[in-house]
Design a protein around this ligand. Structure first.
Ligand code: PEP
Ligand code: MG
Length: 763
């Protein structure tokens, strides 16, 4: 690669990030589009740069911003869906690069815009979540096609700008809704936990990620200025100390520290922040904007030395930001109806919000099977995940609605939307009131088959909920959640207290404690496991077998806790082969005998194994000979059978436990359990999915372990569907090739059985 092309590539990448950063900082859609066309015009050195936005409903394209065409045409030039070259790019959803556009058969001459002098045309579609948002166009006078580099740059830009345009468009429409609009605007994500949450967005920002700092308005500007000045002083002090400790070091290092101090004391940065605070902006947001603006000025400089200063400014900005957030307290205040919003919310983030204030969760990342989703369901909170890159900072403290049924986020809903969702929330409440009647009933099918409905639990916070949910026991107690909320491994005695509390609360109903299942998407803050492929790495029983001190301590705590109760069972997760199973059982045996030797009157523990790895499916019969029960973990089983990361929103559509391969695997394991005459529990999320529950019933499942909120629903379903009918449905499903028709068939059945309310919002 020659020097020129290398430089061009570097420049393009840097330019790209700068344009994205500038666009991201814009206040609204109009400003964002204006900033985009101005910067692209300059960066690509073209005569014209325009953006046309496409109306979702009519498919028409409006010239929304331009440099080079007549300004009067902005918002006035509206093209039909297939009209002209813009219509061609839009309908083909492909870039169009032509040297002389006036000779193109689809060229349409429009006097209003004044484009007669521009011959070359490059149009690229702006696509977000598979839908066309608009078209980005660059033009120049000479009759020659744009270079390959221009095309790839424009395509890359369009992909990067798409999410920002989508969000700004959404915000604009909902802030000033179109007259007569009834539905309002929304952003599509994944339905991670059902329910409707109406409330105020609280954005959780990451300390190291400047761009996630939300916009906030303040009234006490003096206090904000003081906090900022103190943060600057603290960083100056740090720099002085660092400089002193670098006395004997090479001069470049000290020079760098001095340069940092100069930037910090330069009026340009400090004044810009103070000015912005005076205008009512929260100090961290003022700092974020000032740093980005100043850094951008350096980014575009030709001199490589000056250009690098942009990086220094950002680094320095981060240091001040850290101090500032420390001074600001870092503590989040949660309003009455909090909907937590974040880039990659974790289960712990949810747990930190007082449950009586939490109304929902929105996460850019994650799928419906991540632990965030599971904990949200456990708490009965709607969650929407996988929304792609949101300009999060604009969401803070806005009114939003989380539609956990359809996986939608509404921002600043208009009156109609708000009314509609209040109605749905009311209907949801009515349905829950109706289902109350099934809570404490036994689940018996019309043909007299009994199904035991158990609850999934694991948080101290959800214990009362789980206890009162009408469960006949705990089918899965995720002990790692308990470990996740501590700042070190809990001692054996601490664990005994916690486990005993659960056993006592549920006694005499059984409680199945799954031994520590960390790794994968369940990190412990004090036990970091960094791997490139964590789901295939060191997780679950593998960690426990490598750390017998941790494993045996937990086993000992569990057995000691069970003394006098006789309702505890142990469940071993993530077993992928017999050697792991035998080793785990040996540890259980060893701990049991050691406790017996101490004179403790313990019963022999009941031990089960989770079937959640494909190899375990094929060895289920063998495993069944060595344990007292099997438990199918359909979340991991689906992930590993279909090779679909359960946490990855990009492939979330492929994650479906109704896939025929997953159905066959579950059916096989249930049959193995029956052959060996040991119970098989289904404890993954699928057991609480009404459509899937129909098939599980057909497979002969006798134990379903579901989230607390799903218990009455599943019990209602079981009382309405006979085992014989469920078997018929299972056979129909097993004859089908793909999950979609299976789901469709089951949905139809649920509607027909009068159970439609279980699978959609409203009555
Ligand atoms: C599962 O994998 O289905 C399961 C129940 O365990 P977890 O979701 O905690 O991995
Ligand atoms: Mg699992």
């Amino acid at each position: 690669m020659g020097n020129d092309s290398r430089r061009a590539k570097r420049l393009s990448l840097r330019t790209l990030s700068r344009i994205v950063a500038e666009a991201n900082a814009a206040k609204d859609l109009d400003e964002m589009l204006r900033v985009m066309v101005e910067h692209i015009h300059q960066a690509m050195n073209v005569d014209v740069c325009s953006i046309y936005l496409t109306d979702e409903q009519t498919g028409r394209h409006t010239l929304s911003a331009t440099v080079g065409l007549r300004k009067e045409a902005v918002d006035r030039l509206v093209l039909g869906p297939k009209e002209g070259l813009i219509g061609l790019v839009a309908s083909q959803m492909q870039p169009l690069n032509i040297g002389d556009c006036s000779h193109h058969p689809r060229f349409k001459y429009i006097p209003l815009v004044g484009e007669e002098d521009f011959n070359a045309f490059l149009g690229v579609p702006i696509i977000f979540q598979g839908a066309l948002l608009g078209v980005l166009v660059v033009q120049h006078r000479q009759s020659r096609r744009f270079t390959e580099q221009d095309v790839s740059f424009a395509v890359t830009l369009a992909t990067q700008l798409a999410s920002h345009i989508a969000f700004a468009k959404l915000t604009k429409t909902v802030v000033a809704p179109v007259a007569g609009e009834s539905e309002g605007q929304w952003l599509d994500g994944l339905a991670a936990a059902p329910g409707i949450g109406i409330g105020t967005a609280v954005v959780l920002y990451e300390l190291t990620a400047m761009h996630t700092i939300p916009d906030r308005v303040v009234t006490d500007t003096e206090a904000e200025k003081l906090a900022f000045v103190r943060a600057v002083a603290a960083v100056e002090q740090d720099l002085r100390e660092l400089s002193a400790s670098h006395e004997g070091h090479p001069p470049q290092q000290r020079e760098l520290l001095e340069a940092y101090s100069m930037i910090l004391t330069s009026n340009e940065l400090v004044d810009a922040v103070l000015q912005s605070i005076d205008n009512g902006t929260w100090a961290p947001a003022a700092l974020r904007t000032a740093v980005e603006e100043l850094a951008c000025k350096f980014d575009i400089m030709e001199d490589p030395y000056l250009c690098e200063r942009g990086r220094d400014i950002r680094d320095l900005g981060r240091r001040v930001m850290d101090k500032l957030l420390e001074i600001e307290g870092g503590d989040v205040t949660y309003p009455q109806n909090t909907i937590l919003v974040g880039t990659d919310l974790s289960a712990i983030d949810l747990i930190k919000v007082p449950t009586d204030r939490l109304r929902g969760a929105i996460s850019e990342r994650g799928s419906a099977f991540s632990h965030l989703a599971i904990v949200a369901r456990t708490l009965g909170i709607p969650a929407v995940t996988g929304l792609g890159d949101l300009p999060l900072m604009q969401l803070d403290r806005r009114e939003i609605i989380a539609d956990g049924y359809r996986g939608r986020l509404y921002v600043n809903p208009n009156a109609t939307v708000r009314r509609e969702f209040r109605r749905l929330a009311r209907e949801e409440q009515e349905l829950n009131d109706f289902l109350e009647a099934f809570r404490d009933k036994q689940a018996i099918t019309p043909d007299g088959e009994r199904v035991t409905v158990l609850v999934n639990a694991g948080l101290a916070e959800d214990l009362p909920v789980a206890l009162n949910a009408g469960a006949e026991g705990v089918g899965l107690y995720r002990t790692e959640l308990l470990f996740m909320t501590q700042d070190r491994f809990p001692t054996e005695d601490q664990q005994v207290v916690l486990y005993r509390r659960v056993l006592e609360a549920f006694h005499p109903r059984p409680v199945t404690f799954r031994t520590l299942d960390i790794g994968g998407d369940k990190p412990l803050p004090y036990f970091p496991v960094c791997e490139t492929n964590p789901f295939l790495g060191w997780r679950g029983i593998r960690i426990c077998l490598d750390h017998p001190e941790i494993f045996e301590m937990q086993l000992s705590a569990l057995l000691r806790a069970s003394e006098g109760f006789a309702n505890a069972r142990l469940l071993i997760p993530m077993v992928s082969g017999s050697a792991e199973l035998y080793r785990a059982l040996t540890h259980v045996d060893k701990v049991y005998h050691a406790l017996l030797a101490e004179g403790r009157p313990l019963d022999k523990p009941t031990v089960g194994v989770m079937i959640e790895v494909p190899s375990a499916v094929y060895q289920a019969e063998l495993f069944a000979r060595h344990v007292d029960f099997l438990s199918i973990g359909t979340n991991d089983l689906t992930q590993y059978l279909l090779a679909v990361d359960r946490d990855n929103e990009r492939v979330a559509k492929l994650f479906d436990a109704l896939h025929p391969a997953v159905l066959q695997a579950m059916f096989h394991v249930i049959r193995c359990g029956k052959q060996r005459q040991i119970p098989v529990t289904i404890c993954g999320e699928v057991a609480g999915d009404p459509a899937a529950a129909l098939l599980l019933l057909g497979m002969g499942a006798e134990y379903l372990s579901v989230n607390a909120g799903d218990i009455p629903k599943i019990k209602w379903l079981i009382t309405k569907i006979s085992r014989a009918h469920a078997q018929e449905l299972l056979h129909r499903a097993l004859d089908m090739e793909a999950p979609d028709p299976i789901r469709e068939m089951l949905r139809g059945e649920l509607e027909q059985a009068g159970l439609g309310a279980l699978i959609r919002p409203g009555k």
